[in-house]
Design a protein around this ligand. Sequence first.
Ligand code: AMP
Ligand code: MG
Length: 445
Amino acid sequence: MRPFAMCYGGHQFGNWAGQLGDGRAITLGEIQTDNGLFSLQLKGAGPTPYSRSADGLAVLRSSLREYVCSEAMHHLGVPTTRALSLILTGDQVMRDMLYDGHPALEPGAVVCRVAPSFVRFGNFEILTARREIDLLARLADYTIDSWFPEFSHLSSPDRYIQWFAEVSRRTAAMITKWMAVGFVHGVMNTDNMSILGQTIDYGPYGWLEDFDPDWTPNTTDASTRRYRYGQQPAIAQWNLLRLANAIVPLVKETKPLEEILQEFGKQYGELWGSALLHKLGLENCDEVPQEFLGEMEQMLRLTETDMTLFFRYLGKLDPQALDQDSDPIEQISSVYYDYENINSDVRQKINRWLHKYGELTKCCGYSADERKARMNSVNPLYVPRNYLAQLAIDQVERGDTSYLLDWLEVLKNPYTEQSGKEGFATKRPEWARTRVGCSMLSCSS
Ligand code: AMP
Ligand code: MG
């Protein structure tokens, strides 16, 4: 083995942070499999040349969160790095969980991550920042030849332009999937953006519970909420702009890169529009008014509405029955966090939207059962809700892995209702609203 750590830089929270690098990730090497070449990487196994003043270690809570979420994302169909193993090291690691002057010892852990490559936008940025342009070209060529072979035959600068366009497309596709399942990454710094368009570096991520586009789980980002749910597409584009800047020395002109960045907005818009229609079971309907989708977002924000359950319950609604029902909100009452206290004005608005929805479903041509099956195939029932991760952490810290293992099995089929597993699909209980780890996380890991 020739294990190594990578050198990269990055823009953190909007500012160039200079050199970062794998401070606690050690790539063991690559293995050839039937599905191609994969890198194996240990996260939390100790210091590397890029650890700076930190310890190179990771604690159980963050490692378990990475393991569970990356596996869940894979089964949800979201491009992601994966996790092969999670072990306790037996060592205690000091962490100040909320950066508020209360350091404490926590169990240390190591995750073995797997991906075709762990190269990030920041790997390119650091070389450009240092004017190491020959090395930049070698890294770009290596990246293209290894993971984008479809552009290998092209000569410079076309190969770099086509490659960047592909990275941009993949990033748009990845973000669309995040938005569709309600995932908030939490730290979309350019050092946390995979060149392959995979979700990477699970830290203070979270899942939307009540639909709030302004929500971020990351308390380190509480003041500006730069990485909130609703801003993820714009941030992805901003990050692509940083990558574009980094490869200008290879392309030698900016215009083609600018065009690709423009195109990102259009591509994302189309992908998201289509994803939303599929989530609503209206993909076959060619006259869904744009206002209707806007009204949906407004309606979801009128009162705390569980995003995941909302789309599942919508699939269950029978449009024929909706016609006669003057109060259809009752059929989906479980998706609300405070159903009893919804006032009559809000109730009326939700009912109005549901009636419009019922009307629209008629043009899709599906039977109620078929519509439900189609919607269920894109609207997950089981997502790794923040409070469930905390429950799993609490139990593993007490030495009991059964809950975690049970949950991981359920997450393998997130779109299929599994009998006896209702507990893994339940909306956030009241106690979890303010508990650290459930709704509040920091970068400390
Ligand atoms: P993150 O935003 O968590 O992906 O981390 C940002 C940078 O800090 C990366 O370069 C990490 O490798 C580094 N880092 C985070 N935690 C540690 C740690 N405990 N030891 C060494 N480096 C770390
Ligand atoms: Mg990182």
